[in-house]
Design a protein around this ligand. Structure first.
Ligand code: PMP
Length: 455
């Protein structure tokens, strides 16, 4: 018999894997999602939540679009499975690869499908190693990534992630061929600087690291266009042109993780367009299907692909579910809807300015020290002292407190440390934005009161 109340379901939650706070789901006020439509999710008690995170940066198109379900069902009836690497492939994978490469800059012409962002990052980094091996430079094996980044949970992807508690959580992390530089986080790493000058300085940390290790030992630099991890860390516009120049100068590959930024988050189809980046390898995932089915891809430039193809093209790397037909069919339908309904364009031109003005309005809040955004990704950083930028002690858990207050009031957002992160679906209306920010303000006010902060 089905349990109908959240508390009944949560009493059985210890059967779930003990990640994050599952052990105490009931105490943390977690909800049991039952069904969803548009930007709303209803729990088993019938209470409505606004999904201020688009799932986890993926449900850009919103929940419950029947066209995506129909596309999956039709594909499964026609061809439910096809492995895509031992001399068979199928139409949906080919059409999707064709579609993606037509949407991306001209030199990105080859797609290798996986199921998750972690797998895409594994593939991109293995591919980079393979490229240098084939060119007779096997010593180019080190990857440079950034502090506070998140790239996934497998060994390499977790190593690339610049989150030290994650490394300590087991598994000899980070791998010995991964190192990190500080990220383009002006509020913490560039106090008092002009934004353009800071962008150039932050990029120079890559050059410093290259000179320290030696370019002959470095395979690639790996980064998100704007960092969703760490709390919506958006670089100044001077950052990427410099990064690009440095990668070219020292002949190291540029690998860009578009797992969250891809398919509209920045208000452009890809973060690469927003920041003018021309990667050698790009990872996409999440919003490629708006989260309806698991799919990711590694997109490979001609520069890299030509070397692989010259050497015969074969490469022992692939997954059982690489390019699953139903996932590819859903991705094609998702991209069609995003495009034909002008969702990405509307997000960039209409919604993003509204969303960003709403974020800017928190400048007067006694808890908010920094406000960051690009497109429909935003972060409000809570600090103890606005003048000195002093943060609350980790033990104060003020970010977690604030996100719990928002959840109580029907809004799912995320505490990235003490930054309240918002990534609403791209179909959110302005009236729904108002609702999101009303709740955010109530949650921050309740937090200020609890921590004894007055204006
Ligand atoms: N890259 C980025 C930027 C991500 O945010 C994530 C997931 N949050 C991943 C990669 C890993 O994706 P997945 O969880 O699908 O493995």
């Amino acid at each position: 018999e089905l349990d109908t109340q959240s508390w009944q379901v949560l009493d059985r939650a210890h059967y779930l894997h003990p990640s994050t706070d599952h052990a105490s789901l009931r105490q943390t006020g977690a909800r049991v999602a039952a069904h969803a439509e548009g930007i709303y999710v209803w729990d088993t008690d019938g209470e409505r939540l606004i999904d201020g995170l688009s799932g986890l940066g993926n449900v850009n198109i919103g929940y419950g679009r029947k066209e995506l379900v129909d596309a999956a069902a039709a594909q499964m009836l026609e061809l439910s499975y096809c492995q895509s690497f031992f001399k068979t492939t199928h139409r949906a994978a080919i059409s999707l690869a064709e579609k993606l490469t037509s949407m991306l800059p001209g030199h990105l012409n080859h797609v290798f499908f996986q199921s998750s962002g972690s797998e895409a990052n594994e593939t991109g980094t293995r591919l980079a190693r393979r490229y240098w091996d084939l060119l007779g430079k096997p010593e180019k094996r080190i990857f440079i990534a950034r502090e506070l980044a998140y790239h996934g949970s497998s060994h390499m992807a977790a190593s690339l992630s610049g989150i030290w508690p994650m490394h300590k959580a087991g598994g000899d992390l980070p791998l010995s061929n991964v190192t990190h530089i500080k990220t383009a986080y002006q509020y913490r790493n560039g106090f008092g600087m002009d934004a353009d000058a800071f962008g150039v300085l932050a990029a120079s940390w890559l050059e410093d690291k290259i000179l320290e290790i030696g370019a002959d030992n470095i395979a690639a630099f790996v980064a998100e266009p704007a960092q969703s991890a760490g709390g919506a860390i958006c670089p100044p516009m001077t950052y990427w042109p410099e990064i690009q120049r440095i990668c070219k100068k020292y002949d190291i590959l540029l690998i860009v993780d578009e797992v969250v930024m891809g398919f509209g988050r920045t208000g452009e189809w890809f973060g690469c367009y927003k920041y003018g980046i021309e990667p050698d390898i790009m990872q996409v995932g999440k919003a490629i299907t708006s989260g309806y089915l698991p799919l990711s891809g590694t997109i490979i430039s001609d520069r890299v692909a030509d070397v692989l193809i010259d050497q015969g093209g074969a490469w022992d790397h692939g997954y059982t579910y690489s390019g699953h037909p139903a996932c590819c069919a859903v991705a094609l339908e998702n991209i069609r809807i995003l495009d034909e309904e002008g969702i990405v364009e509307n997000a960039g031109k209409e919604l993003a300015p509204y969303f960003q003005a709403k974020l800017d309005a928190f400048a007067d809040h006694p808890l908010i020290g920094d406000i960051r955004y690009v497109g429909l990704m935003g972060g409000l950083e809570i600090v103890k002292d606005k003048a000195s930028r002093e943060a609350y002690a980790y033990e104060a858990h003020i970010g977690d407190f604030c996100s719990a207050e928002a959840l109580k009031r029907g809004l799912a957002l995320r505490a990235n440390g003490d930054t309240m992160s918002l990534m609403p679906p791209l179909i959110t209306t302005k009236a729904q934005m108002d609702e999101i920010f009303d709740i955010t303000r109530e949650a921050l006010d309740a937090t200020a009161k609890h921590y004894g902060v007055t204006a």
